[in-house]
Design a protein around this ligand. Structure first.
Ligand code: PLP
Length: 462
């Protein structure tokens, strides 16, 4: 008999492993079918290794293998990552982190029943929109407000109600692709309206809109070109002129702001991001924006505007298909309250990141570098730029200090390092630029500082 067959014969059976104390503990924790599957996979692996010349591993290491396999399988598929990219509203990484108050609000509402659609005064059916409508009216000066699942849904719903089967006039310079291949004009066409594009990519005048008016026109639409910037010989029509033209002809003006910013972004050294209250003041009948871009809340779509127009929108059958859920609503209300209490800058994570002082960031980067140097890892800091991201403030950057690891001084190539960082149980997402791995403290939550250093020590060392 060959050595290989001897070794194969030494392998325990699945039943033996299942009946061991450690096997029973795995069953307790992960269920019998999952344990069985993991043990079978482990035994198959061991059998293959023996055929390659290995010896039969001890029982404990087989059980250990199986346990690690189970732990890996049971890791949540959707899990937290540390964003060291310096892109504050990072759509791929879940856009805006929620404030503590928003998290607590979700927790309070999600684990039990709530007055989601129940009027406690009257003891009868209520509307889920009332929970945030008053706040939104107060913050934007609108007559009425409605919320949906996201802003794309808000656009679809508004156009379906107001312009289905009719024409919507839009500037060619505003036909935006939001990312992930989604184009705003495609979403708009789904509402059954016909887009009438006017002007050129760089210039659109009020006369272009006027010339396009017909008896089929339902509304004029402005879309904020949120994720790109045209420089040079450009001209766009002020919202106020569009409102005047629309109203002269008994038409509506809708403004898709994309990000929708309730704080004056210029206060933070950024360009001015248009605010919903400005659009309403300029005469827009409906203004829509996202909950999880510069608002810094949960994924949601927000519609504010004229009461009579929003009433029609609220009655459209699609309203039910795009309705907001209770967890989102709880987080949105808590987020809006930060604005009401004038504490957005200190309580909403994205605004805290935007407002971080250059000295604070430099201090954190220097402290990361020092911790790494102490452990023999050559790290340094350098000046760089953070971006707002998420389809807002294109081209706008905030000065930052980055932690930099130079490729020439690392034991493995940078893409391997970046991959090791990404594939840890708590992934750290960094960026590679030229021959450097760069990490920006601005988007790393303060309580994650130690984990970033631990991760770097781990991946450079291992
Ligand atoms: C981001 C964006 C949208 C879509 O908003 P979501 O909340 O992601 O659905 C629509 N229009 C514009 C102009 C945007 O920038």
């Amino acid at each position: 008999m060959s050595i290989e067959q001897d070794q194969l014969r030494l392998l325990p059976s699945v039943d033996e492993l299942l009946q061991s104390l450690a096997g029973q503990q795995l069953i307790q924790r992960y269920s019998r079918p999952l344990t069985l599957r993991a043990l079978r996979a482990t035994l198959t692996q061991a059998r293959n290794a023996i055929r390659q010349g290995a010896t039969c591993p001890p029982y404990e290491s087989l059980l250990n293998e199986a346990e690690q396999l189970l732990a890996r399988e049971q890791q949540p598929a959707l899990r937290p990552v540390i964003n060291a990219t310096g892109v504050i509203i990072n759509t791929n990484l879940g856009r805006a982190p929620l404030s503590q108050a928003a998290l607590e609000a979700v927790q309070r509402v999600a684990g039990g029943y709530s007055n989601l659609e129940y009027d406690l005064e009257e003891g009868e059916r209520g509307s889920r929109h009332t929970h945030v409508a008053e706040l939104l009216k107060e913050l934007t000066g609108a007559e009425a407000a409605l919320v949906t699942n996201n802003n794309a849904a808000a656009v679809l719903l508004a156009l379906s109600t107001l312009a289905s089967g009719r024409e919507v006039i839009i500037s060619r310079g505003q036909l935006v692709e939001i990312g992930g291949g989604f184009r705003v004009p495609d979403v708009m066409r789904q509402s059954g309206c016909q887009l009438v594009e006017v002007g050129t990519t760089n210039r659109t005048r009020i006369d272009d809109y006027r010339a396009a008016l017909s008896e089929r026109t339902a509304l004029l639409l402005r879309v904020h070109p949120s994720n790109f910037h045209i420089l040079g010989f450009t001209e766009s029509t002020p919202l106020q002129s569009l409102a005047e033209l629309a109203h002269q002809h008994n038409l509506l003006l809708m403004d898709d702001l994309g990000s929708g910013c309730l704080l004056p972004s210029e206060r933070y050294g950024l360009a001015h991001e248009p605010m919903p209250q400005e659009s309403l003041a300029a005469g827009a009948d409906v203004v829509c924006f996202s909950g999880d871009k510069l608002l810094g809340g949960p994924q949601a779509g927000i519609l504010v505007g004229k009461a009579e127009v929003l009433k029609r929108i609220a009655r459209h059958p699609l309203m039910r298909a795009v309705r907001i859920d209770k967890m989102t609503l709880a987080a949105l209300e808590a987020t809006l309250r930060h604005y009401q209490r004038q504490e957005a800058e200190t309580h909403i994570p994205i605004w805290r990141m935007i407002a971080l002082s250059p000295a604070k960031i430099a201090g954190r980067a220097a402290s990361w570098a020092a911790s790494l140097q102490q452990r023999g890892i050559p790290a340094r800091t350098q000046r760089g730029e953070s971006t707002v991201g998420g389809g807002s403030l294109p081209g706008e950057t905030l000065p930052t200090t980055l932690l930099a690891l130079d490729a020439a001084r690392m034991p493995v190539p940078l893409d391997e390092l970046a991959k090791r960082l990404r594939t840890r149980p708590t992934p750290v997402i960094a960026r590679i630029s030229r021959d450097m791995l760069l990490l920006d403290p601005r988007t790393v939550l303060k309580e994650q500082d130690e984990e970033v250093v631990r991760a770097l020590v781990e991946v450079v060392g291992g």
